[in-house]
Ligand binder design. Structure first.
Ligand SMILES: Nc1ncnc2c1ncn2[C@@H]1O[C@H](COP(=O)(O)OP(=O)(O)OP(=O)(O)O)[C@@H](O)[C@H]1O
Ligand SMILES: [Mg+2]
Length: 317
């Protein structure tokens, strides 16, 4: 009879392999924000005080969602804590039970999560150096008094519940100029641009999508609308519903909607600002814009279905 042998993955090696998934800084922040949205947050704050020392600089992504108690927090920190086949709530943007850990640790060596629920603060942390020392999946559970992030705790307590995801020790950021602080600020400003596009429907508060406000160090992140719907000269066509499954109420439909932008010469300065597709031409941004539950997951290009042409440069689907 076969011998049963439990063979868990090597903690340090798997962590290092996971770090190579290819996240950009801004995409990693967006994945953490997906969780805030799933937790019903209406306010998301990115906080990062100016600190020149790369070892102590941090980014906190704080939300006023439903928060987690101790058991929920421990579970959330586990790799693959949920099954991809598990049915999710309508507003849940998650699927694999991985994003919080993989996105965070792709950028930094230390992930600290502080959560407030039912009046209690709970703190857990993955520290890659601790995993390396222990050669084991050693999660750290900290007392409130033990953490340096008292300011973040006070900020969290302004809400009745919520979660702060903190990244520290950014060993993966490219600092071409040699100045960490300059490079870090640049990453943060690219992140604000990225969020203003991928979450634009939440920031706009579109019908049936929860309105969410986001701030980077106290400055509001404004939505960017790739279709400049507010422009009088842009054209929106009637949506087509592609029904999935058998539900009669179109609940599981894929909605396809096409937009024609105004000619470039007709775009006002305000239109250009609202579109905000950083430095790319109108032509490069033609194509499919794919949303999952209101969150933009792919933008531009025709996914191999047709060529990018001058004639279709104003078209977005
Ligand atoms: N900000 C938050 N507020 C409340 N709960 C959270 C928050 N962040 C994470 N969680 C909990 O932790 C779980 C794990 O998050 P994680 O991002 O790792 O996986 P996921 O969102 O389930 O799936 P995916 O891998 O697709 O992101 C979530 O499903 C949620 O239950
Ligand atoms: Mg997630």
């Amino acid at each position: 009879m076969a011998e049963k042998y439990s063979l868990p993955p090597n903690a340090e090696s798997l962590c290092n392999s996971m770090r190579a998934l290819g996240y950009s800084f801004q995409a990693a922040v967006a994945d953490v924000i997906d969780n805030s949205i799933a937790a019903g947050a209406t306010k998301i704050e990115l906080i990062s005080p100016p600190i020149k020392d790369p070892d102590t600089a941090y980014l906190a992504i704080l939300d006023n969602g439903h928060g987690m108690n101790r058991q929920e927090l421990i579970k959330a920190m586990q790799l693959a804590c949920k099954n991809p086949s598990q049915k999710r709530e309508d507003n849940d943007l998650g699927r694999f039970g991985l994003g919080l850990k993989t996105a965070s640790l792709s950028q930094c060596r230390e992930l600290i999560v502080i959560s407030l629920k039912n009046g209690a603060i709970n703190i857990a942390s993955w520290d890659l150096d601790e995993i390396k020392r222990e050669q084991d999946w050693t999660l750290l559970l900290l007392d409130k008094e033990e953490t340096e992030f008292q300011q973040i705790i006070s900020q969290l307590k302004k809400y009745s519940s919520g979660t702060a995801v903190i990244w520290r020790r950014f060993d993966r950021l490219r600092t071409d100029t040699g100045f960490f602080e300059t490079a870090f600020r640049e990453y943060l400003s690219l992140t604000a641009e990225h969020l203003s596009l991928v979450f634009h429907r939440f920031l706009e508060g579109e019908t049936k999508i929860p309105r969410i406000s986001m701030e980077l160090n106290g400055t509001r992140i404004k939505p960017k609308d790739p279709f400049i719907k507010s422009s009088l000269s842009s054209v929106q066509n009637v949506p087509i519903y592609i029904r999935q499954g058998k539900k009669p109420d179109f609940k599981d439909s894929v909605v396809v909607k096409s937009h024609t932008l105004p000619e470039q010469s007709m775009l006002t300065e305000s239109d250009k600002k609202k579109m905000g597709l950083s430095g790319r031409t109108l032509s490069e941004d033609q194509g499919f814009y794919i949303y999952r539950r209101g969150r933009l997951i792919h933008w531009g290009g025709w996914l191999g279905l047709r060529k990018m042409t001058q004639a279709s440069k104003l078209c977005r689907v």
